[in-house]
Design a protein around this ligand. Structure first.
Ligand code: 13P
Ligand code: ZN
Ligand code: NA
Length: 283
């Protein structure tokens, strides 16, 4: 069965590795990252955005994730990414999601605290993980667009106060990464991660995982980032492999052919991200 991501992430932070949370958009993407987790003995967080919840439907996603968890030997959690809608969070928890992100990073601190507290209260009773964001991660994720000059970094003292006030189980502080592919290298404030980690015991979450160079990922993880979100790179790899397939085999119209190719590409990329975060053989 699906389990809460909290114990997985607490263990990851304690041991100094990171668990990768993959945003999946189709059943094949979900199966591909599960295969990667099984093969590499990695704990896994399956993740969907609000857009994907609307696209596939909560029950289809939860159903597929539960099937994966039942068949797999590795622990699997199902997480709702960047959600601003309290009602949708409740629906997802009811359907079997074991982790949710309440994203109020666009609102002032007090409002963020208030909404996060509300979600934590319900989630605690249902043994569901809660993640919240402080500062604003730049870039584009689904319908959330944050221009570079509007992105702000999380304040370490606010992070500490936020965790104390909300009791949130995991925290995503903005530290310089962004959603999407970077122009050049991300400008990560490692000193800030260190300060936040020294004030906050809960596992930290690294957003904007696509495009972060290996050495930087490893440094973030070693400083307390226990979860890394990967969306864009996986989505692009999936779609580009299909594009290439159709160019090379214009007459092959069998979904089982082209989806097998795309699945393998996604699986290989997932394996690589798990290796970067050091979670292989941790399940
Ligand atoms: P990327 O699209 O940069 O991988 O970011 C993923 C993310 O943070 C999802 O919440
Ligand atoms: Zn994100
Ligand atoms: Na990114």
């Amino acid at each position: 069965t699906l389990i809460s991501s909290t114990p997985l992430l607490v263990e990851a932070r304690k041991q100094g590795y990171g668990i990768v949370a993959f945003n999946v958009h189709t059943i094949e993407m979900l199966q591909a990252v599960v295969d990667a987790a099984e093969e590499s003995r990695s704990p896994l967080i399956l993740q969907t955005t609000v857009g994907t919840v609307k696209h596939l439907g909560i029950e289809y996603i939860a159903g597929a994730a539960k099937t994966a968890a039942r068949q797999a030997r590795v622990p699997i959690a199902l997480h709702l990414d960047h959600c601003q809608d309290f009602e949708l969070i409740l629906q997802c928890m009811r359907a079997g999601y074991t982790s949710v992100m309440i994203d109020q990073s666009m609102h002032p601190f007090e409002k963020n605290v208030e909404m996060t507290r509300k979600v934590v209260e319900v989630a605690r009773a249902l043994n569901v993980n809660v993640e919240a964001e402080l500062g604003k991660v730049g870039g584009v994720e689904d319908d959330i667009h944050v221009e570079d000059d509007m992105a702000t970094l999380a304040d370490p003292i606010e992070c500490q106060r936020f965790v104390e006030l909300t009791g949130v189980f995991t925290l995503a502080p903005a530290i310089g990464t962004a959603h999407g592919i970077y122009k050049g290298e991300p400008n990560i404030d490692f000193k800030r991660i260190q300060e936040i980690a020294s004030r906050v015991e809960v596992p930290l979450v690294l957003h904007g995982g696509s495009g972060i160079p290996e050495a930087q990922v490893k440094r973030c993880v070693s400083l307390g980032m226990a979860k890394m979100n990967v969306a864009t790179e996986l989505k692009n790899a999936f779609t580009l492999s299909l594009k290439q397939f159709f160019t090379e085999h214009p007459d092959n119209l069998d979904p089982r052919s082209y989806m097998s190719v795309a699945k393998e590409v996604v699986k290989q990329m997932a394996l690589e991200k798990m290796r970067l975060c050091g979670c292989t053989n941790k399940a």
